[in-house]
Each structure stands twice: as structure tokens, then as C-alpha cells.
Design a protein around this ligand. Structure first.
Ligand SMILES: CC(C)(COP(=O)(O)OP(=O)(O)OC[C@H]1O[C@@H](n2cnc3c(N)ncnc32)[C@H](O)[C@@H]1OP(=O)(O)O)[C@@H](O)C(=O)NCCC(=O)NCCS
Length: 152
């Protein structure tokens, strides 16, 4: 069993280490700043899943006032495939319902499409949309541009 509640500040390093291990970080996203922003926001949080007091799972969730979005869903590799991902998504759904939000959305990177089967088994379906984005921060924009160039 895991216990799920909001990430505590002292668990930040463990969360970032987990994200690095399961390849959820990107050069243009500062994971510490992302955690700080979510934990300070009244309409977002990072949920932490703990086993025997140790952080083993995370999911960031926030409402934009219309939909709720999930980011940074990650389960420690040795415990994957045991239902923890499902439990974390259920916790996200409860968080969203409690805020009166009736739909959860999330983005899956093109280099991680295999994970779609996980979401599909939880009832998540592809949406007929293209996601457009624009950086409001030139430094992050440049980091993303260089990283994508490096990948060829
Ligand atoms: C994706 C991830 C969160 C899934 O968590 P998990 O704890 O391994 O998944 P669960 O054990 O809760 O699986 C729930 C269901 O999804 C299915 N499932 C899980 N991973 C799957 C996969 N890669 N392909 C197909 N089905 C999968 C399981 O069989 C299970 O189905 P069932 O309940 O009908 O038996 C986890 O593997 C992970 O942390 N991956 C790395 C980070 C990542 O890619 N996060 C998502 C970013 S969008």
C-alpha cells in the first residue's frame, strides 16, 4: 500500500531524483522551480506516494480554472507494474473532482508513446487536438531549441 498526500518541501530532492531516473526531466524545465511553483499555487500541487515513508511516486496536478492537467507522473522503477500508477492517477482524479473540475488532460511526449497503453487502460483517450505553445521566457526557449538541435 502507498500513502498519498501533497509533497513536503523536504521531499523535493527525492522527487527530482525520481523524475531524473524515469526520464521525466528536460533541459528546458527546471524541476526545482516547477515543484516550487506548484506547491505555492492554490490551484496546483505535487502529490507524493510513499511506501514505508519513502517517496516512490509523484504526480503534479493543477487546474487552469476549466480543466485539470497532470504532469510528472512517475513511479520508482522497482515498483512499476504493481498498480501504483493507477493509484496516483486516481488521487489526481479525486483532487480534480474536489476542485469541481470535470475533466483531466495530460500530454504524452512523442518519444514516450508506449505509455499511451497505460493511460488507455485507465480510460484516457486521445483528443483530436494539436497542442500549441509559446515560451514567455527566452532562456527556456533557447534551451529547448538547442536540445532539439542536439537530438537532430
Ligand atoms: C507509466 C507509469 C506511470 C505506469 O505506472 P505503473 O505503476 O507501472 O502502472 P500500473 O501498474 O498502475 O498499471 C496500470 C495498468 O496499466 C497497464 N500498464 C502499465 N504500464 C503499461 C505499459 N507500458 N504498456 C501497457 N500497459 C501498461 C497495466 O498493465 C495495468 O493494467 P491493469 O490494471 O488492467 O492490469 C510508470 O511506468 C512510470 O513511472 N513510467 C516512467 C515515467 C513516465 O513515462 N510517466 C508518464 C509520463 S506521460
Amino acid at each position: 500500500m502507498i500513502e498519498i498526500s501533497a509533497l513536503q518541501e523536504h521531499e523535493t530532492d527525492a522527487a527530482v531524483a525520481l523524475w531524473r531516473t524515469v526520464n521525466l526531466t528536460r533541459p528546458w524545465n527546471d524541476p526545482y522551480a516547477d515543484i516550487d511553483l506548484a506547491l505555492k499555487s492554490p490551484i496546483a500541487t505535487v502529490l507524493a506516494g510513499r511506501k514505508n515513508g519513502q517517496l516512490v511516486a509523484t504526480a503534479m496536478i493543477g487546474s487552469d480554472g476549466h480543466r485539470a492537467w497532470v504532469y510528472y507522473l512517475g513511479i520508482t522503477p522497482s515498483l512499476q507494474g504493481q498498480g501504483l500508477g493507477r493509484k496516483m492517477m486516481e488521487a489526481c482524479e479525486t483532487w480534480a473532482s474536489d476542485k469541481g473540475v470535470s475533466k483531466i488532460q495530460l500530454m504524452v511526449r512523442n518519444d514516450n508513446l508506449a505509455v499511451r497503453e497505460f493511460y488507455q487502460s485507465l480510460g484516457y483517450k486521445p483528443s483530436d487536438v494539436v497542442v500549441l505553445s509559446r515560451w514567455l521566457d527566452e532562456n527556456s526557449q533557447e534551451l529547448e531549441r538547442r536540445s532539439l538541435l542536439d537530438r537532430g
